[in-house]
Design a protein around this ligand. Structure first.
Ligand code: HEC
Ligand code: HEC
Ligand code: HEC
Ligand code: HEC
Length: 409
């Protein structure tokens, strides 16, 4: 009987353990970190980031980055240098298992009395941070600057749902602001975060900090999307007539009804122009489109592209799903698949100026077929083989899930 109870207990304990790290072993190893991060990963001083309740995978990634100096910090470099992979996994499992709020740990933090250094106040700057403006940027981004909405990766009020994106909720706002400045100056490197931080002004960083410092205070502030009316330029109006030849397959407004013909409505003009050129010179191979594109002059391509780009995309026929979402936002580090979001955007609209196509609302069948064509190298008009590289290691199941997810965006 005792034996049975004992093995039951073992099952219970191991069922609770973390996949990679051992939180119990991590607890003693983390003693080393307590001086700054607090015994439970929670230190009230704004100088030290909260580790309590942070995603384990994220903690490990940062420790590796400090160790390899791809993230530069003079304090953390020597701390991480002596940790083995197992140490990192254990410590991460321990901190991840702690309460994010640190409520229970208020008395356990060591060395904190008197260390909460005052935040330097710049006397000349009269700027008062605006948490509502911060929330607006956080939730909606700013398309005109290709600034993605933070909420797409870091979750509502900073509660991230995707493993590789850090929680920002209950983090010291001073730390968040410091990191945004580090990303902006590229002393901390992460492709996506560097792009976004680059276009943030110092005051906007303060606004975002003020918002994340107390998200509850502005919980009821409703954000309104500012609609930028799509102007029908002269070129687009001329384009409408020229596009009549395309209507039988792509629909009069570019929303094709047959799924094997891609939607062109709302597609980025630069991208459309490039595709029409590629079909014409044969660098993108398709018998039907080669014939259609052959007759178009450069001015025709511009006008038609402007017309379709100014049209609204109708809803896609795909279904959102967790595998697709995970791959789209996080890629797959093991298989070397980059996150699609980096180029195709949080809402799947692509990046117009960079020529990255919009995928949102496109038909599942067309998207799936293009992923296959890139995968087997049949479509090879992507500069530097970007998409052939992206799809090289993509399994059928993953491509299926992605096509569904992107269409539903
Ligand atoms: C002497 C103080 C000190 C000690 C001891 C220390 N840290 Fe840190 N840690 C810092 C500081 C300061 C930062 C912020 C660095 C920055 O601004 O980029 C940091 C950042 C981190 C981060 C990144 C957090 C994030 O949200 O990106 C992790 C993870 C971390 N430390 C883990 C540890 C672990 C594990 C230990 C123990 C092995 C440890 N630290 C010991 C001072 C310390
Ligand atoms: C496409 C996904 C994505 C979007 C959108 C995004 N982030 Fe991030 N963010 C990340 C990733 C990934 C990291 C971790 C980087 C690393 O591993 O060093 C990160 C890290 C951070 C960090 C550092 C957290 C820490 O604990 O050190 C802050 C602060 C941050 N992001 C704020 C923002 C803000 C503010 C926005 C909106 C302006 C934003 N992010 C938009 C993906 C994103
Ligand atoms: C007979 C049917 C048909 C007609 C008419 C037609 N297309 Fe297409 N179009 C297609 C098919 C099929 C594809 C998908 C090709 C592939 O799979 O690579 C396509 C693809 C495209 C693409 C690439 C879209 C993307 O997302 O990459 C563009 C741009 C395009 N067509 C523009 C036009 C324009 C402009 C016209 C009129 C001048 C036109 N098409 C007329 C059938 C047609
Ligand atoms: C580094 C940037 C980058 C990343 C990351 C990326 N793409 Fe792309 N993608 C592009 C570019 C650029 C094109 C257009 C190539 C061309 O000029 O024809 C494209 C085209 C596509 C197309 C064809 C669209 C059409 O209308 O024909 C699909 C589908 C696509 N990407 C899906 C994905 C998926 C799924 C992922 C993630 C697994 C991904 N992309 C990651 C840059 C990227």
């Amino acid at each position: 009987m005792k034996k049975i109870l004992f093995s039951l207990l073992l099952i219970l304990i191991s069922g609770n353990a973390f996949a990679d790290g051992d939180a119990d072993a991590g607890k003693s190893k983390a003693a080393l970190c307590a001086g700054c991060h607090g015994a439970t990963g929670h230190n009230p001083s704004p100088n030290f980031p909260n580790l309590a309740g942070q995603k384990a995978q994220y903690i490990v990634k940062q420790l590796k980055a400090f160790k390899s100096a791809s993230r530069v910090d003079p304090t953390m470099a020597p701390m991480a240098a002596n940790l083995s992979e197992q140490d990192m996994a254990d410590i991460a499992a321990y901190f991840a298992s702690q309460s994010r709020t640190g409520e229970q740990s208020a008395n356990t933090t060591a060395n904190t009395a008197g260390t909460s250094t005052a935040v330097p106040v710049v006397a000349v700057a009269k700027f008062v941070a605006d948490p509502v403006a911060g929330k607006a940027l956080y939730e909606m981004g700013d398309e005109s600057r290709s600034l993605g909405a933070c909420i797409g990766c870091h979750g509502k009020d900073g509660h991230s749902e995707v493993l590789i994106y850090p929680n920002l909720a209950k983090q010291h706002h001073q730390y968040i602001e410091k990191q945004l400045h580090n990303f902006k100056a590229a002393t901390r490197t992460n492709f996506v975060m560097n792009q976004f931080a680059k276009v943030l002004s110092d005051n906007e960083i303060k606004n975002i900090g003020a918002y994340l410092a107390d998200t509850k205070a502005v919980a009821n502030a409703k954000m309104k999307k500012i609609m930028i009316p799509t102007a029908m330029t002269e070129s687009a109006i001329t384009g409408k007539n020229k596009a009549a030849a395309c209507a039988s397959c792509h629909g009069a407004d570019g929303n094709s009804l047959v799924t094997m013909y891609p939607k062109l409505a709302g597609q980025n003009a630069h991208y459309l122009i490039k595709q029409l050129k590629d079909f014409k010179d044969g660098s993108r191979k398709n018998a039907i489109m080669a014939g259609m594109a052959a007759a178009l002059s450069e001015q025709d391509r511009i006008d038609i592209a402007n017309y379709f780009a100014a049209q609204k995309t109708t809803k896609g026929n795909g279904k959102s799903n967790t595998l697709g979402k995970k791959l789209y936002f996080g890629g797959n580090v093991k298989r070397g698949i980059p996150a699609c979001v980096a180029c195709h955007g949080v809402n799947g609209k692509g990046m117009a100026k960079a020529g990255f196509p919009s995928l949102a609302g496109q038909s599942v069948e067309y998207l799936r077929n293009q992923l296959k064509l890139f995968h087997i190298g049949e479509r090879a008009n992507d500069k530097n083989g970007i998409m052939r590289g992206v799809t090289k290691k993509l399994k059928d199941k993953q491509a299926d899930a992605l096509a569904q997810f992107m269409s539903a965006l």
